[in-house]
Design a protein around this ligand. Structure first.
Ligand SMILES: CSC[C@H]1O[C@H](OP(=O)(O)O)[C@H](O)[C@@H]1O
Length: 341
């Protein structure tokens, strides 16, 4: 396979490497992801994260495993293990479905490599499409609030919500970005702050609990977030904390946009209640772990509730900003995301 380089993925000399997103921003460590077990662990530990990026990394590894002579039965087992690593991310499922189709070809080795590279190129185009569609919803001198990390680290391109913010900044539309730190894993405080700093986009980092008072003071013009899955009724699963921002935005009359590739839409999922929400380790809440080591502040026997995602009902969303354009609440009410008849 040809060499590939994105913000957080690298194929060099037919080896897959990932940028450890748990070590950022203090350290930029590129780690091997040569085996299914290694990549599954990177995904489970969020060293590889972001629904789009997870699907792309899994596809690249499968293509490399095929090139290295892995028999079809083992490729199937590898695909199964990878698909189980992040059940909420429909991008992963969609990508693997396309890789599975390639696996059925007589020359599956070549077909899988072509498919994996095509998915990378498509994701870059999807990001650009989202950004261009989103630009129309960004007013001049905007102060935008974002949650989690939705930039180049989570995709192969400029990102989803952060891609809109990046292109809007380039168009001179951004006054500043409010960055939710995004407890417990701090994707905002560690990753979005790092990405915006690298892009010299003005931002201020806030604790998640500070968003409400900012909105009450009229300091937020719109909220932009990403998605793990869009259900057939327009409900959206995304990083925990997204739902509370949507409720706050509704209360304060602030537009709330979900930016995602159209591949995030899952017509087979009827509504948000049908979305599997991963429960994660207590230690993520009782302390913090990073490249500096680990600090535990809660009682060692603390009982913890740590869902990785929450669901935002369609009724709280002002627009679904896809690569195919902005979907309005009226379109969703008319069945835009329903399975085609
Ligand atoms: C590209 S949309 C943002 C993506 O990242 C968040 O998840 P995580 O940081 O746990 O990988 C969010 O849920 C979306 O999947």
């Amino acid at each position: 396979m040809k060499n590939i380089q994105t913000t957080s993925l690298r194929v060099a000399n037919n080896q897959l490497l990932i940028l450890d997103q748990q070590a950022l921003p203090q350290q930029q460590n590129w780690l091997n992801a040569q085996s299914t077990e290694q990549l599954v662990d990177h995904i489970l530990q969020l060293r590889v994260r972001g629904a789009p990026l997870i699907g792309l990394s899994a596809s690249l590894l499968l293509a490399l495993q095929a090139e290295q002579g892995m028999p079809l039965a083992q490729l199937g087992a590898s695909m199964q293990a990878l698909s189980a690593s992040r059940p909420t991310a429909v991008n992963l499922m969609n990508n693997l479905a396309r890789m599975h189709q390639a696996m059925q070809q007589t020359d599956f080795v070549s077909a899988m490599s072509i498919q994996a590279l095509r998915l990378i190129d498509e994701d870059k185009q999807l990001c650009e499409g989202i950004a261009q569609a989103g630009l129309a919803r960004v007013t001049p001198n905007s102060r935008l609030l974002t949650h989690c990390n939705t930039g180049g680290l989570a995709t192969a391109g400029v990102g989803t919500a952060l891609g809109v913010i990046r292109r809007a900044h380039e168009a001179g539309l951004i006054k500043q970005v409010w960055v939710d730190e995004t407890r417990p894993l701090l994707q905002g405080g560690r990753l979005t702050a790092w990405e915006l700093g690298e892009l010299t986009i003005p931002y201020q980092l806030i604790c998640d609990s500070m968003a409400a008072s900012l909105m009450a003071k009229g300091e937020v013009d719109a909220v932009w977030v990403g998605a793990d899955r869009i259900a057939a009724n327009g409900d959206v699963a995304n990083k925990i904390g997204t739902y509370s921002l949507a409720v706050l935005a509704k209360f304060h009359g602030i537009p709330f946009y979900v930016a995602a590739p159209s591949t995030t839409h899952d017509p087979a999922c009827p509504n948000g209640d049908a979305i599997v929400i991963e429960q994660r380790a207590d230690q993520e809440v009782t302390g913090v772990t990073g490249s500096f080591g680990a600090v535990q502040w809660a009682p060692i026997d603390a009982k913890v509730y740590n869902p990785a995602f929450d669901v935002t009902p369609a009724s709280l969303i002002s627009g679904w900003v896809l690569d195919t354009g902005v979907v309005t609440p009226a379109q969703v009410a008319a069945g835009f995301f329903q399975p085609s008849k």
